[in-house]
Design a protein around this ligand. Structure first.
Ligand code: C5P
Length: 403
């Protein structure tokens, strides 16, 4: 295959535990055809040895500014000129502050002042440090100067806290740096439903379910990373919306159905990941219901099946559905795939609190004549693997048939 000319990337590694993830970033950059040179801060070199980055990048790694031997090779100005892109991962609170102040007190900050290449930062730090007004002000100032940011993401942190401050995953950094020109869904339009629906009983009560929308949101981010133009039609989510995705809020099954049909034209791939209510109260009360009677009956009527309606359209996109089952996973899912006329179905076992609302999941993915098992893993990883499989099936890749 002919290799595209890829930018020369200068990777700066700051002093944070996320530095270990930057090893994978180097590997992915090289796989994408980039030449990579690594510069570490002293703190970065305390977390991961320069030798690791030297082995991965195939180039000497620099740490010190005043290193006479290294400066006699490619000096810091030559290195600043060499780079087509600069990416700093992890960018710690201290590094962000020094960059905002325009300091040049080590090699990495000096390079950032001396380069004309665009700079991308992947912040990573403890949640409280990230939320501190000083860090936020430095972050804003750098953005105003044209420095781009990827992340931080929310979730569990190495320090034991949960919140914003996790470094973006290497694949997201790669996407932010190189764009989507080489992803398997480049140029494709993808429409995804996510989250629960809430079917009103009266103005304050509803029938809902335990879905957080995490899987659908992860799929939207994965499709975006694969180069697609993504629209996400979502119910009330328990997780943040991903950046770079067009979001359309739709709280009820009927609103979601209408929003999907409105945005279906030109769509290449539809993924129904929402936990859509199958029934809704026939006549929601206009006023809040009183508890005068000893009991009450709410009459329910069926909601439209969004997935089946999309699959029945002609022409139609490649259609992927989900099946949450508590018994006979494969049989029920395969029957559902045939009944709804979809191209692929991702089945998960939701017995005993598995999958729904959780961070991890496993899936059995079925299609006519094949299947693949994805073992238990974080939903973000699962989403990327599933998107890769869907893209391969859409492209008619026979290899995707083998397990
Ligand atoms: O029939 P069941 O609800 O088990 O099917 C699940 C699949 O169908 C999921 O992909 C879900 O998003 C979709 N669905 C839908 N509209 C409904 C019910 C389910 O799109 N009303």
């Amino acid at each position: 295959m002919e290799r595209q000319a890829q930018p020369r990337v200068l990777l700066g590694v700051g002093g944070g535990i996320a530095a270990y993830k930057s090893c994978e970033l180097v590997r992915r950059l090289r796989d994408a055809g980039c030449e990579v040179r690594v510069v570490m801060t002293r703190g970065g070199a305390a977390f991961v040895t320069p030798l690791s980055f030297q082995a991965l990048s195939g180039q000497p790694v620099r740490v010190d500014l005043l290193d006479a031997e290294a400066e006699s090779g490619m000096d810091h100005i030559a290195l600043a000129r060499w780079a087509d892109r600069v990416v700093i991962a992890p960018a710690t609170a201290d590094l962000i502050a020094r960059l905002a102040a325009g300091l040049a007190d080590d090699l990495l900050t000096t390079l950032c002042l001396a380069t004309e290449a665009p700079i991308l930062l992947a912040p990573a730090m403890n949640r409280v440090m990230w939320e501190h007004p000083a860090t936020q002000a430095n972050h804003r100032l750098l953005e105003q100067r044209g420095v781009r940011m990827v992340g931080p993401e929310s979730g569990g942190q190495a320090c034991g806290e949960t919140g914003a401050g996790r470094m973006a995953e290497p694949r997201s950094i790669l996407h932010a740096l190189l764009g989507s020109a080489s992803g398997p869904l480049t140029g494709q339009r993808v429409l995804i439903t996510a989250g629960p629906t809430q079917e009103p009983i009266d103005p304050v009560r509803f029938i809902g379910n335990r879905s957080s929308g995490r899987m659908g949101v992860a799929l939207a981010a994965a499709a975006r990373d694969a180069g697609a133009e993504v629209r996400l039609v979502h119910g009330p989510l328990g997780v943040p919306l991903p950046a770079g995705v067009q979001a359309v809020a739709a709280d009820t099954a009927e609103a979601m159905h209408a929003a999907v049909l409105e945005h279906l034209e030109g769509v290449d791939l539809f993924i129904g990941a929402a936990a859509v209510a199958d029934y809704r109260p026939r006549a929601p009360a206009d006023q809040k219901l009183k508890k005068d009677a000893p009991g009450m009956t709410v009459e329910l009527v069926r909601t439209p099946d969004i997935l089946a309606d999309v699959a029945a359209r002609r022409p139609r996109p490649f259609v992927v559905g989900f099946a949450a089952e508590t018994t006979r996973l494969r049989e029920n899912a395969r029957a559902k795939m045939e009944r709804k006329g979809v191209d692929m179905i991702a089945a998960n076992d939701v017995s005993a609190g598995r999958a729904i609302g959780r961070q991890e999941n496993s899936l059995v993915v079925l299609w006519p004549g094949g299947e693949r098992l994805f073992p238990e893993q974080p939903k973000g990883d699962l989403a990327h693997a599933l998107i890769a499989l869907i893209a391969a099936r859409m492209a008619g890749d026979a290899e995707a048939d083998t397990n």
